[in-house]
Design a protein around this ligand. Sequence first.
Ligand code: C2E
Ligand code: MG
Ligand code: MG
Ligand code: MG
Length: 285
Amino acid sequence: YSAKDAKTGVVMYDPQTLVHQPNRLLLLGDLRRALERQDELALYYQPKVGLNVDRLCGVEALVRWNHPVRGMVSPAEFVPIAESTGLINRLTVHVLALALRQARSWLDAGHEIPVAVNLSPRCLLEPTLLDTVRDLLTRHGVPARLLRLEVTETAVMGNPTLALETLTGLHRQGVRLAIDDYGTGYSSMAYLKKLPVDELKVDRSFILNMTASDNDAILVRSAIDLGHNLGLTVVAEGVETAEHVDALRLLGCDIAQGYHFARPMPAAEVVAWLRASGRETRVAV
Ligand code: C2E
Ligand code: MG
Ligand code: MG
Ligand code: MG
């Protein structure tokens, strides 16, 4: 399913052929069915916590698939399958709808909680995305500023012109945008400057080693400085220890997300977590 270039040794990876792998083919059929029935897919929510003022800054919605036979299937496994077959657009609409319905129900309970949804590369090239987002915001009665969309640099650089157009359209609607997994893709600083993004999320691989490796600490520091110089809010993902928190605070990082604060959890647990953690339920947006 991959071909190795004899001269360079580089493994070429063709997403189109992924569907021919038996396991993937089975999962693909099951995913299609799951999207029709809509009862196996759910969202978990992971808090993002302010490092200056200790409060909830929002949550990231992470899709979970409770497969009837296989149990929990990781999004790292099925999102790429959806992405390589075009099923991703239906998955994304479903996730957006669930996330906005949840944001609305938190609003009704008196909690203004911004919700972030991940967008796959292919969605960024989907001409109907702008209308879909606008319709869903209206239908669920959620102000655009409470929706955050996360995209990776690689997704943007795949088709910079079209991506810029889509992101600009979303931003005009009032939706906030984040660059996800910053540092792992091939980044173009020139482009980063042009993009109407509000937030830079430093990839968890750099946070993981920042207290042990000087190189990773330097990378995190420069990502934070770059973000701030571009006027962006900087979020560290994969914050697992109190040492990470201290180091990030010293570097001036704005927001943290990770197991140290909370694992992704069902919506019903979020407000309880908020109360138990003693953080404000009214968030600044
Ligand atoms: P991501 O957007 O970078 O999301 C963060 C991932 O890191 C999540 O994995 C989260 O559970 C995990 N994580 C958070 N804190 C920690 C920590 O302290 N330590 C460690 N080791 N991990 C932590 P998850 O939920 O398995 O999702 C994996 C990826 O799948 C996401 O990475 C995102 O790219 C994708 N994904 C998830 N949900 C969706 C979705 O609804 N749509 C799309 N297109 N992609 C999604
Ligand atoms: Mg994300
Ligand atoms: Mg991320
Ligand atoms: Mg990541």
